[in-house]
Design a protein around this ligand. Structure first.
Ligand code: OAD
Length: 270
């Protein structure tokens, strides 16, 4: 079935009629900005616009594996700000959990390393953390795991941790530029093609291969974009629904149109 029009109401009707049963969600840093975590590329507030103090050759270098090998300090200067634990999931994270509770979530692909989807209650087996997370860290030379308790101290003290076995640099298991994505990404990347609705939220869709996922959805399925700007190839397909603006406002509007708003607010308040 195709949508009658590209409005939110048409999409909500499609959802209420029980058409989609396998929803893929794809997220990025924009779903966590209202939790207090900066995104990367927003012009004034993004992390990359605010890295001048770190004297980097270019902003992305802070997450570049070859740069890190020679100069790990900038990353560890930032790590304290990025480290999970002090942030609360947003209502957008709870919306993903609500889709799961309704049995509609096929998979959530996230580029975020803040683990807020899990904290909102989305089970680990429904998540593909495509850029890894701060859960775990290892030596970049001998690959020996490094204890959680010790990295917490290093991050807190803004010092650079070294391997207890070979003295190599220790790095959290987040994916840097120049590194491969985790196996789960490749094991699950066929799923968008089997979904019956895609919801893309809070991402500029600039970093490959993640950025290619929405294009892998079947051509006839609706794709909802909730983002401050139009990104990727959104708008080129007849059934694309662009909801341009804030994520939390957008998911509330969608939940309202589906008759789920009270349930969503209650879930988020838990
Ligand atoms: P970006 O910072 O590139 O994009 C965030 C997007 O969310 C932008 O389009 C913003 O306009 C939008 N946005 C921000 N706040 C929003 C809000 N409250 N409501 C709606 N939209 C909002 O972040 P990502 O796309 O996640 O990778 O970046 C992708 C990857 O680049 C990251 O995973 C990271 C980074 O380098 C690595 O470090 C490997």
């Amino acid at each position: 079935d195709t949508l009658e029009s590209r409005t939110l109401e048409a999409l909500a009707k499609y959802i209420k009629d029980g058409e989609p049963k396998k929803i893929v969600v794809m997220t990025g840093a924009g779903i966590s900005t209202s939790a207090g975590i900066p995104d990367f590329r927003s012009p004034e507030t993004g992390l990359y616009a605010n890295l001048a103090k770190l004297n980097l050759p270019y902003a992305e270098a802070v997450f570049d594996i070859s740069f890190f090998r020679n100069n790990p300090e900038p990353f560890y200067t930032l790590a304290q700000e990025l480290y999970p634990g002090k942030y609360r999931p947003t209502i957008t994270h709870s919306f993903i959990k609500l889709l799961h509770d309704k049995g509609l979530l096929l998979k959530c692909f996230t580029q975020n390393i803040d683990t807020l989807e899990r904290e909102a209650g989305v089970p680990g087996d429904k998540m593909v953390e495509a850029h890894g997370s701060f859960a775990g860290q290892k030596c970049i030379e001998c690959r020996a795991p490094y204890p959680d308790a010790l990295i917490k101290i290093a991050i807190h003290e803004k010092t650079v941790p070294h391997c207890e076995a070979c003295n190599g640099l220790v790095k959290p298991n987040i994916v840097f530029f120049g590194e491969a994505l985790p196996e789960e990404f490749f094991l699950n990347r066929h799923l968008p093609a089997t979904a019956d609705l895609a919801i893309v939220m809070g991402t500029s869709l600039t970093v490959q291969p993640f950025a290619g996922l929405p294009s892998e959805c079947a051509p006839h399925i609706p794709r909802l974009l909730i983002n401050k700007e139009v990104v990727g190839d959104f708008g080129y397909r007849a059934d694309d629904v662009p909801l341009i603006g804030d994520c939390d406002t957008g998911v509330r509007a969608l939940a309202e149109a589906c008759g789920w708003l009270e349930e969503l607010e209650a879930l988020w308040a838990q």
